[in-house]
Write a protein that binds this ligand. Structure first.
Ligand code: COA
Length: 221
């Protein structure tokens, strides 16, 4: 079992925290691509393109090249969109972590330190919708420290903070590709209470689903 310590964020953690968040989110590019590829209309377009080029060219080379090219372009476009999302987060709450999380009531940011490095993060802030609800954000554990119960420990830190500060629940959002995160939150006691498709044209097009989870702090484990 690795020795690790959970502590409050310090200004000197800034670069490590942002880097950890970006690399954790970057890992999802392949699974987002697979998710999009599994959509029936995408498969339909690919098959139609392949068959029509095969019939018109009477060869396998052109349709194979065209599909490969389309896949490569699709991968670049999705990678770029994902990069834009990460960049957006880095320019929002992660731009001034100290001010957003450490100097605002009901907010906090924790890091996990191991082997003199920052290997995990989690944050919490009050919900915009309910005064007695907190939102858990920025959960991330470095790849080589996963499966050791660190995210569970971070979740418990957040739950403890919520209880100590009189909040009745902790909520969070997960994306359709974050299977490990969903399992982890469920294992801590979070329950899925709502699922919706991102309300944009692109969201509907690629079936981009967001699941909302809640932990009731009155719940005794
Ligand atoms: C999700 C994440 C934070 C989990 O971190 P972790 O420290 O490895 O998680 P833990 O070791 O605390 O695992 C706790 C539970 O999660 C589940 N889990 C974790 N990794 C899993 C995997 N690869 N497959 C299946 N379940 C998994 C298990 O239920 C596990 O409980 P168990 O060990 O009793 O079976 C980590 O994978 C990560 O940083 N991912 C990238 C960023 C991300 O997705 N953040 C979440 C945003 S909502």
């Amino acid at each position: 079992m690795a020795e690790y310590k959970i502590r409050n964020y310090r200004r000197s953690d800034y670069d490590s925290v942002r880097q950890l968040f970006a690399s954790g989110m970057n890992e999802y590019v392949p699974s987002v691509c697979v998710h999009v590829l599994k959509q029936p209309w995408v498969i339909f377009v690919m098959v139609c393109l392949f068959l029509s080029l095969m019939v018109s060219s009477k060869s396998l080379i052109l349709p194979l090249l065209a599909v490969t090219l389309l896949l490569a372009v699709g991968r670049q476009v999705l990678g770029y969109c994902w990069y834009m999302y990460i960049d957006h987060c880095l320019k929002e709450d992660l731009r001034d972590i100290q001010k957003t999380y450490m100097e605002s009531k009901g907010s906090s940011f924790w890091v996990v330190e191991a082997d003199e490095s920052i290997i995990g993060t989690v944050a919490v802030k009050p919900s915009d919708e309910k005064h007695d609800e907190l939102v858990l954000k920025r959960m991330s554990v470095r790849k080589d420290y996963r499966g050791l119960g660190i995210a569970k420990a971070l979740s418990r830190e957040v739950i403890g903070f919520a209880r100590a500060n009189g909040y009745k629940s902790v909520i969070l959002n997960t994306l359709m590709v974050q299977y490990e995160a969903k399992k982890m939150y469920e294992s801590v006691g979070f329950k899925k209470y709502f699922e919706y498709m991102m309300p944009t044209v692109y969201g509907r097009l690629v079936n981009f689903t967001i699941s909302k989870y809640r932990y009731d702090t009155l719940h005794v484990t």
